[in-house]
Design a protein around this ligand. Structure first.
Ligand code: CTP
Ligand code: MG
Length: 244
């Protein structure tokens, strides 16, 4: 069994619209709904755990009830940091889950291929994360603003979610992070501290995290492209009636 945990309990401060960005409408439905429907389309995913702010739980339950095509799901309260929100989600992951994926609710454009390959990678070696090759030259800079080092670009990958792990590994990583007071910026960094290998799965540049207002335009543009194809197919059906 594979369970996916979706941290959605942030405040979306950088989006600067005064509401949690995962509720923002993207071509007709909330970002969160796009994300959950995408994961529900994966043949591997059996169960969803949605982590939201405590005061949003009842609203989200109502919202999700009306959403078609979702795999079975639970809604639980998050914490003050992303890592704490995920820890709350992990606490309710069904016992039968062998693999757990963590995915930012704010990434609504993940391809089903990426989701499936992360599950396969996690099954294979214990941990797998979606990532894309770094496009820019990246420098390590000292606090005084002086460049220390230029890591070869070929070795650099920009990491995304989903990140998937065998459940026992991920739970142990979270336990140890809590014990050590370690706060990471992704889940893999917690697992890496155990010395467990984590595999990179090449994703695509569309799998953006909607973070600032311009990301909404980018996400909309990507979806518009999909929609164009769908509306073209739909139009063909209608026009087809009038064609010989
Ligand atoms: N998240 C969470 N609990 C938190 C903080 C973040 O579940 N305490 C979630 C967000 O809802 C988001 C994901 O983690 O889906 C990635 O975080 P980020 O993009 O930083 O979202 P926010 O924290 O909401 O945005 P910001 O940092 O701009 O306030
Ligand atoms: Mg944040």
């Amino acid at each position: 069994m594979v369970t996916a945990v979706f941290p959605a309990a942030g405040q979306g401060r950088r989006m600067n619209v005064g509401i949690n960005k995962v509720f923002l409408d993207l071509v007709g439905k909330p970002i969160l709904v796009h994300t959950l429907q995408r994961f529900s389309r994966s043949k591997y995913i059996n169960h969803l755990v949605v982590v939201v702010a405590a005061e949003e739980i009842s609203f989200i339950r109502k919202l999700l009830k009306a959403v078609p095509g979702l795999k079975p799901y639970q809604v639980v309260a998050g914490g003050s940091e992303r890592q704490y929100s995920i820890a709350n989600g992990l606490a309710v992951v069904p016992k039968e889950s062998e693999i757990v994926l963590v995915h930012d609710a704010a990434r609504p454009l993940t391809s089903v291929e990426t989701i499936d390959r992360v599950v396969e990678g996690a099954r294979e070696i214990g941990g797998a994360i979606a990532a894309v090759p770094e496009k820019n030259t990246v420098k390590i800079v000292a606090e005084d603003g002086i460049v220390k080092e230029t890591p070869p670009r070929k070795t650099l990958w920009e990491v995304q979610t989903p990140q998937g792990f065998r459940k026992d590994i991920l739970l142990e990583a979270y336990r140890k992070a809590e014990e050590d007071g370690f706060l990471g910026t992704d889940d893999s960094s917690l697992v890496e501290r155990l010395g467990v290998p984590v595999k990179v799965v090449e994703s695509d540049y569309r799998n953006i995290k909607v973070t600032t207002p311009e990301d909404m335009l980018i996400a909309e543009a990507f979806l518009q492209k999909d929609r164009l194809k769908r509306t073209k197919d739909a139009a063909k059906k209608v026009i087809g009636k009038f064609l010989p």
